[in-house]
Every structure is written in C-alpha cells, then in structure tokens.
Write a protein that binds this ligand. Structure first.
Ligand code: ZN
Length: 670
C-alpha cells in the first residue's frame, strides 16, 4: 500500500460567509493535496465548518432563525464555493453532524476516564467574540485579544488539566521541531507555554448551542474542544468504523491561520496526549491576507470575495497569484492591480506565451509532431545548459514545496521559463523555419525539442497550482491526462519523439484594465446586493453597513427653503453611542488623542483633537457620540474611522457630547 498523507484546513466558523481569506487557506491545502497525489501518496484532504457556540446562537436569534438554519445556510455557501473552485477535498465535516458529535463525546469520555477532566467553578470575564475566558482583566474591562467588552460570568464548569501538560508540550516542541511552522510561531508558542499554563474550562452551561457533555447534558462542550476534534471525528474516531482513523491519523500537515496558533499548538496536542492519542506531525500557520496593506474587515468594506476573481480571470489566476505573490507564513497584500499584473507577466506572457509559440512552431514546421533533436550540433552547450537548469529546477521545486515555500518554488519554475525564453530569442527558431537546408532543419528540431521539453516540465510542476490551464497545455502537447502523470518520476528528456500534438489554443488570454474595473464593479455589487451573514444577523441597532464609497449615486438633496436641510439629509449622518476602550496621546501632536471606541459590533480607531481638554486616562470607559459613516481620513499618519462629537466654544476647549441616562453602546441617535 502506498504511503499515506493526511492534510486538513481549519474548519471555518459560520459567522461569516466565505471570502478570499478562507479561499487562500483552502487553495494552499488543495495544491498540496494535488501534488501529494501526483507524487504517489494515498492522500486524504479534509475541510469543513465549525458551527457551535454562543456567537452563532446569538447571531441566529438576531436573524430570527434557528441556529441550525443559520449554520445550514452558511455551511452550504462554503461548500458551494469550494465546489465551484474545483477544490479536491475528500471530506467536508460539519460540527453539527451526528458523526462529529459522537466522536467528540467519545474523545471527552476518553480524556475524562484518564482523569484529566474535573468539575470546578469559574467566576470572571468572558469574551463572547473569542469564546474565551479572559483571566487577566476585571469586570468592565475589554478583552485583551480583541478589544471588545467582556461579560462577567459565574459558572460551574468542567476543567481540563492543561497545566499538567506543560512539560510534555515543551518536550514535544523540542523533539518534533516541525510540529509548529514557521519558526516565529514556534518561538511564540514555546514562550507562552514556558510562562506557565492554567487549567482550561471545557464546558459551558450558560447557553445550549453545542454538544452535550456525556452524562451531564446541562453542560455543552467548549467550542474549541468540539471544533479541534473534527480532525479525528471526520476519520471515524469513536465510531463503529474507525478504519480511516487508523489509516490516516496522525495528520501529516494541519494548515491554520496565525490567529489560531495557540488552540492548535497548545490545547490540541494536550487534548490528544490526555486521551493517549498521537499528535499531528506538522502544523503550519500562514499569515493574513491584507487588502492593499490593510486588514480586510467589514467596517472598512474591503473584504474581497473569491467569486469576483473566478468570474473575471478564473480559478487558476487566483491560485497562482496567492501562492506566487505571498511568502507563505507571512502577511501578504492583495489588490486587483497586482493580481492582473501577475497574471499578465507570469501566465499570459510567461507560460502561456511559451506554450503557444513552441507548439505553434511545431505545428507549422513539423506537422504537429515533436521533432528529433540533433545530438551533433555545434551549439549543444546551450541545450545542455537548459537541461541542467531544468534538472536543478525540478530538485529545487520539490524541496521548496515540501517546506510550503510556494512563492520560491514558483519563482524557480518561472526562472526556467525565462531561461528558455532567452534561449529562443538567441536562437531565432522562426528564422530557421524559413530555411530548407538540412543543417537549419536539424538545428530547428533541436531548439523546438528543447523548448517543448522545458514546457512539459514547467507544466507538470505547476499542475497542482494551476490544475485547469496545465491540463489543457498537457493535452495540447499530446500527453493525455495529466492527472495520471507521476510527478515523482519527472526528469529531463522524457518527452517522446514523434508525439502528436493536440489542437493548439491559447490558454491565458491577456487581461487589460477592463478586467480590473469589472472586478471592482462586481465587488461593489456584492457588497450592496447581498450583505454578509454577519451583517444580516447583527442586532437591529447596528444593521447599517458602513461603505467607504456610496454604492449608488446619492440622490440630490431635497430642496428646502431658508438653507435648511430635509430629514433625509440629516438621516444620512449616522450617529451612534460608543464607549472609549483605549485613549492615548499621539506623538508629536499636542491636540490629538488616539481613541479606540467600541460601537457594539466593532471597535473603531478615531483620532480626535481633544487632547487639550481631556487627559486620556479620564476617557477610558466613557460613552461618547461618534459619526460612524464619515469617510476614513489620516491624521498624523493614523487612520481615523469616524468622528467624535463635541461642542466647540469659540476660543474655549471642546466639550464631549454625553448622556445623563445610561444608553447601550451602539444605539443610533436620530
Ligand atoms: Zn475578545
């Protein structure tokens, strides 16, 4: 039986519909899975959705749906997008499925029976957004992870003896240096664990949208214990049929985003050790995908959907861009300009051009059959050069891919494309093609063979990254089904002489400015026509999304006499109650304070000229009025997202607008 390879994406939380960030992780895993299959591994690729927890329960309530309805809807959106993109997952696990529930309960019992779960009390602050108890803050203080308000809870809970695993975890990180990649994340986790671990609360009794604790159904199992278990429940752990579990576990590669490193690299191995189960081989954390250097967020209105790119440039263009442009593990930036530039340079002008000119010349000069290279030519050194470069490229590409260094691997492959382009320009096969003498014919045959063989090698290497286009090129080269090709055997010189080409057609038409405009337009439409689930399900006080640009032309203001404005004009200004979470002076600006203001659904940075009137520490916790839909602007290099409302007496200091009665955060003023 061939060697197995088990790869997982994180399961995606269904509080938002899928966007390009989710696609990024899943594409990376799909690429690895495709390559492992081509390398002859018995590969199993898992993805799915994470569907329990208080956040989902509340979101469903606000939307007038049951949690099951909400999760059914959003989970289906993820699955539909992955299918549309042709992602080759072998299983899609949902944490609300029966098979998952049974597996989680089996894992719980196993940990409990080994003595690592006990009952205790917890009183303290809880962050609903992060589904996390925050020990480090007191009542009324914001969550240190996300800045949102915390709630004080007192619960009888089950606890997991996490503290007991401190030494074993540190030992794991040393024994298995690849357990956490990249190195920066490994260092972070190691120092976190070294600083001491506290037992972890692993049940909740304040809400019910979760998996009941075995033998104590008043409690549900902590969402992270529930969610992490998907990697084994999907394989049938705890079921009557654990065959896949026995075959594929432990995972060879678990891909995650850097924000969930602690859960995967501390809690997850600790749960597994407690249950006496093997831990994964390798956990790889990638960075964030930024939009033109900014974090994508709902409030900025800059979340990009994968669908937009699929529609205009196709899946391969998106896959290639994400893996080529971004150094895997680090944050990377997405923009439509960069996407189109990369597409034209690497695909239309690079691989696409190499394919079309090589294959077209073989059709024209050799009746569409791969010609015989001549071994006696005086310039054989040049061909040897290309062959040597190709051999080195194959070796480098494999080594870099194994380390998830996709961008460098692709860079190496495109180095080979550049080398053969240069070779073609220097040797002018099109000029030789016009001559009839034997020497020219023989020389032309050698050049086109060399070019075609290079094309075959780059196409095979790039297949896991760009499955559609490379399959087409492979077919045009008369090589049949690329899916059946064994990448592990790829070598220079395998292109069979006399291979009859298929029909030659361009694979990557050039993209122009119109492509960028079309994508921007689609994004605007996507934002206004179908708001994200999170927007739909926010509490009524905060349903208004805040677009940076008006989606449609604003209708002209109604004319009202005496310089007055109509109620419609006033309604355009969105004023809301916010609470100051953080206030600090801005370096080099005597009048400015940088504030972080909680608006109930999000925390905004606002820069305000009130430093002469208010000491920053007096503002923390204070409720203020914010103009929420003001276009962002930069003050002293800081982005201000909204404006704080104050009375500004002539020649006096500003006085903040405030309320005598208590008003909930997020309430709209009208
Ligand atoms: Zn939080």
């Amino acid at each position: 039986m061939s060697k197995k390879f088990y790869i997982t994406t994180p399961i995606y939380y269904v509080n938002a519909r899928p966007h390009i960030g989710h696609a990024y992780t899943t594409i990376a895993c799909d690429t690895i899975a495709r390559r492992q299959r081509m390398m002859g591994f018995d590969t199993y690729f898992l993805t799915g959705t994470d569907e329990h927890g208080q956040k989902i329960e509340r979101a469903a309530q606000a939307a007038g749906k049951t949690p099951q309805q909400l999760t059914d809807e959003v989970s289906a959106q993820f699955r539909a997008l992955w299918d549309r993109m042709g992602l080759t997952y072998d299983d899609f696990i949902r944490t609300t499925s029966d098979r998952h529930k049974l597996g989680v309960q089996a894992l719980w019992r196993r940990i409990r029976d080994k003595g690592y779960i006990y009952k205790g009390h917890y009183t303290g602050q809880y962050c609903v957004f992060d589904e996390l108890y925050v020990d480090s803050v007191g009542p009324g203080e914001p969550c240190p992870e996300c800045g949102r308000p915390t709630e004080t809870v007192r619960e009888e809970n089950y606890f997991f003896k996490l503290a007991a695993f401190q030494d074993q975890l540190l030992e794991l990180y040393t024994r298995q240096p690849d357990f956490i990649r990249p190195e920066t994340r490994r260092n972070e986790v190691t120092s976190f664990v070294r600083s001491g671990l506290r037992d972890l609360s692993v049940s909740r009794s304040t809400f019910s949208w979760g998996i009941p604790v075995p033998d104590d159904p008043r409690h549900v199992i902590y969402v992270w214990l529930d969610a992490l278990a998907n990697y084994i429940t999907a394989l049938g752990f705890g079921s009557d049929d654990p065959e896949k579990y026995e075959r594929y576990w432990p995972a060879d590669l678990q891909m995650i985003g850097k924000e969930i490193v602690r859960f995967h690299c501390v809690y997850w191995p600790a749960f597994l050790m407690a249950a006496d189960l093997p831990v994964p081989q390798r956990i790889m954390a990638h960075g964030w995908l930024l939009f033109e250097e900014n974090k994508m967020s709902k409030s900025r209105g800059n979340i990009v959907r994968a669908e937009t790119i699929l529609e205009v440039l196709g899946t391969d263009a998106l896959r290639h861009f994400l893996l080529r442009e971004i150094v895997f593990g680090q944050d990377g930036s997405f923009s439509f300009d960069a996407l189109v530039q990369r597409y034209n340079a690497d695909l239309a002008n690079g691989l696409g051009n190499l394919a079309s000119r090589t294959l077209t010349m073989i059709v024209r000069y050799f009746k569409g059959e791969v010609p015989y290279p001549s071994h006696s030519g005086s310039r054989a050194a040049e061909e040897n050069n290309i062959a040597t470069t190709a051999r080195r490229t194959i070796a480098d590409f494999h080594a870099l891919f194994e380390q998830c260094q996709f961008s460098r691997a692709l860079e190496a492959a495109w180095g080979l494309v550049a080398a053969v382009d240069k070779y073609l320009v220097e040797n002018q096969p099109w000029a030789l093609g016009e001559k009839d003498d034997d020497e020219s014919r023989s020389r032309l045959a050698t050049i086109l063979y060399t070019s075609a063989e290079t094309l075959r090698i780059v196409t095979a290497l790039a297949h896991p990254v760009m499955p559609d286009a490379t399959a087409k090129i492979w077919g045009q080269m008369g090589l049949g089904d690329i899916g059946k090709f064994s990448l592990a055997d790829l070598q220079w010189g395998q292109l069979r002489l006399g291979t009859k080409l298929g029909e030659v057609q361009p694979v990557f038409p050039r993209a122009d400015k119109a492509a960028i405009e079309r994508m921007q337009q689609l994004e605007e439409q996507g934002r206004t026509v179908s708001p994200s689930v999170a927007e739909k399900t926010s509490p009524p006080a905060s349903t208004t999304p805040v677009p940076i640009m008006p989606a449609a032309p604003v209708k002209p203001a109604t004319i009202v006499p005496d310089g007055k404005i109509s109620i419609d004009d006033f309604a355009k200004v969105e004023l809301r109650v916010g609470q100051v979470k953080v206030a600090e002076r801005v370096k080099g600006a005597d009048k400015l304070l940088r504030l972080e203001v909680d608006l109930g659904t999000e925390v905004r940075q606002v820069v305000a000229g009130i430093a002469e009137a208010y000491a920053p520490e007096t503002l923390v916790g204070r409720k203020v009025v914010i103009v929420v839909n003001l276009a962002p602007r930069k003050l002293r290099g800081l982005e201000s997202n909204g404006m704080i409302v104050a009375a500004s007496p002539e020649g006096g200091k500003p006085v903040l607008a405030s309320f005598l009665e208590d008003v909930p955060v997020g309430t709209r003023l009208k």
